[in-house]
Design a protein around this ligand. Structure first.
Ligand code: PBG
Length: 332
């Protein structure tokens, strides 16, 4: 493509007025692009602010249902749920993940009762909110996270969530082969329309700290998750992860964290032409809040600019703790 040279071409010409900028805008961000992650806590009438995530709280089940109604009102199409499992229900094998009355399942049912099909419920599949050691899977004697034995647990966890009414199963564990195993099990159990959004390219990131506080696994975790989550140095490997998860039956794929990995989003979108989502994770949220608190930028502008960047990079939607604020701003 060639353009005439200056002064016939002046790229500032279409930027001169607000109506013209609106007319030329390539990317649109709306509240329908947002998935709102919520933390569920035991008890009734509970709101527990999370210190490392200023402005984000854990809510008891019936108050989660209120958040769901709020989301419907704001035009947010989907919620993502994470439980803060009580300490005495955490074990080495994370068996609480299979309990049909665990926090996650009760929250799904409460949202369904409150909102029917007006909102989607995405549920995280991984064992870390349920294990006494804070790792996402089962450990061998040396502390290595076992793959195949963990996948068996994840399959049962997925079936438990689907039975409770989950719409999208989102495995965040990074075990090999879990998407195919979960898809088979969902089909066999008649859950043909339960989707799988795979955390396909999930990196071993320093940006997950506040999340681990929120689900109470941070203090329990010894070591790191580098034997299963991806090395931040790798891009080709992300494409292989995505290719495998799609071949195994993922309906959509996720890149996580978000902003530092927009190059991966774009490569995945260009290569596979499938719905791609990104997770603007807890540390990214905290970073924006810290910048705003320090007077380094206006919160509203930082939030909308970063979320727009995900859309421009190729995302169909974004998981973000700023979802209610962003939706309010976008809805005017
Ligand atoms: C756990 C899980 C994590 C997040 C989502 N699911 C943390 C981890 O892998 O340690 C992080 C989300 C965030 O930081 O906001 N499987």
């Amino acid at each position: 493509m060639t353009s005439a040279s200056f002064p016939a071409t002046r790229l500032r010409r279409p930027r001169a007025t607000s109506w013209s900028r609106a007319l030329h805008r390539e990317t649109l961000l709306t509240s329908a692009d947002l998935i709102w992650p919520l933390f569920v806590s035991e008890g009734a009438g509970v709101e527990e602010p999370i210190g490392s995530l200023p402005g984000v709280s854990r809510w008891s089940v019936e108050r989660i249902a209120d958040r769901a109604k709020e989301a419907v009102g704001l035009g947010i199409p989907c919620l993502a749920l994470f439980p803060n499992t009580p300490k005495d229900r955490r074990s080495d094998d994370g068996a609480e993940a299979l309990n049909p009355d665990n926090l996650m399942c009760r929250a799904i049912r409460a949202i369904r009762d409150a909102c029917g099909d007006a909102i989607g419920v995405l549920t995280d599949v991984a064992l870390d909110p349920y294990t006494a050691h804070g790792q996402d899977g089962l450990l061998d004697a040396g502390g290595y996270v076992l793959n195949d034995a963990t996948v068996e647990m994840l399959v049962r966890q997925s079936l438990n969530q689907a039975a409770a009414g989950a719409d999208i199963i989102a495995p965040s564990d990074m075990m090999d082969g879990r998407i195919g195993a979960i898809r088979d099990a969902l089909e066999s159990a008649g859950h043909h329309n339960v989707q799988i959004m795979s955390y396909a390219a999930k990196y071993a990131s320093a940006f997950y700290g506040p999340f681990r506080d929120a689900v109470g696994s941070g203090g329990l975790l010894k070591g790191d998750k580098k034997s299963y989550q991806m090395d931040p140095a790798n891009g080709e490997e992300a494409l292989r992860e995505v290719a495998l998860d799609l071949a195994e039956g993922a309906d959509s794929v996720m890149v996580k964290p978000g902003l530092p990995y927009l190059d991966i989003v774009r490569r995945v979108k260009d290569r596979f032409e499938v719905p791609v989502f990104a997770y603007q994770v807890s540390g990214e949220y905290a970073m924006i809040e810290a910048a705003a608190a320090a007077g380094a930028g206006k919160r509203e502008d930082l939030v909308l600019e970063t979320l727009l960047a995900f859309k421009r990079a190729g995302c169909s939607g974004v998981l973000t703790y700023h979802a209610p604020l962003a939706a309010r701003l976008l809805n005017g």
